[in-house]
Design a protein around this ligand. Structure first.
Ligand code: HEC
Length: 187
């Protein structure tokens, strides 16, 4: 009987672990966010940890990044913007080493997806449309964020991108790069 109890308990513990990790989601598009009463925005592709449901429409989430005043970046290099708000990201949150913080925000559930491919579908299509007329497409994950910045400096002329198109492609490439949102970070 004791053994069975132990097994049941460990199953329960395991079960709750897998629930926790399956609650990780991604932001489907740039979303308005309420950071403890302060307005802000979280940007497309950001990995999101669900804290709890608020009601049918809203959910409390956690995001993380390196804070620079009212901006939050994915790394110290400030290459990939995670979120912005009206006010500093550090004041209310205990800053750990390197300015890395975890921040809670309320957002609408409709902005969330479990499928990271869905987030970047249109971006990816545009990227391959614009960047494969002279050579095969280089997968985003084959370069770092800073390498992509440098490459785009040359290639934007080749592909005749305007600034908006350049930023659009750059967001996609950086988020999916070697040191972007979904791979192990370099710094
Ligand atoms: C008009 C033709 C043309 C277009 C369009 C073009 N490229 Fe290139 N690309 C080249 C040529 C030529 C090279 C090799 C010479 C060089 O590196 O300058 C190259 C090289 C590259 C490299 C390898 C660079 C390295 O250092 O390894 C990458 C990555 C790349 N391009 C990405 C892109 C991206 C992203 C786009 C779309 C924004 C793009 N290319 C659009 C012609 C093009």
């Amino acid at each position: 009987m004791k053994v069975i109890k132990k097994i049941l308990i460990s199953l329960l513990v395991l079960g709750s672990f897998s629930l926790a990790s399956s609650s990780d989601m991604f932001l489907l598009e740039n979303a308005k966010a309420d950071f403890d009463g302060k307005n802000g925005e979280i940007f497309i592709g950001t990995p999101i940890k669900i804290i709890k449901d608020i009601d049918d429409k809203m959910v409390l989430v956690e995001i993380s990044g390196v804070s620079f005043g009212d901006e939050l970046y994915s790394s110290k290099g400030k290459a990939l913007l995670v979120a912005k708000k009206d006010g500093s990201f550090v004041e209310k949150n205990k800053a750990s080493e390197l300015g890395f913080v975890k921040v809670e925000a309320k957002i609408e559930k409709s902005y969330l997806t479990k499928n990271v491919k869905e987030v970047w579908e249109e971006y990816e299509e545009f990227y391959y449309d614009m960047c494969t007329s002279c050579h095969a497409g280089h997968r985003a994950v084959t370069h770092t964020m800073l390498e992509w910045e440098a490459i785009l400096q040359t290639m934007k002329g080749f592909a005749q991108l305007n600034d908006k198109e350049e930023n659009y492609i750059l967001r996609y490439l950086k988020a999916n790069s070697k040191d972007g949102f979904y791979e192990k970070r370099a710094d």
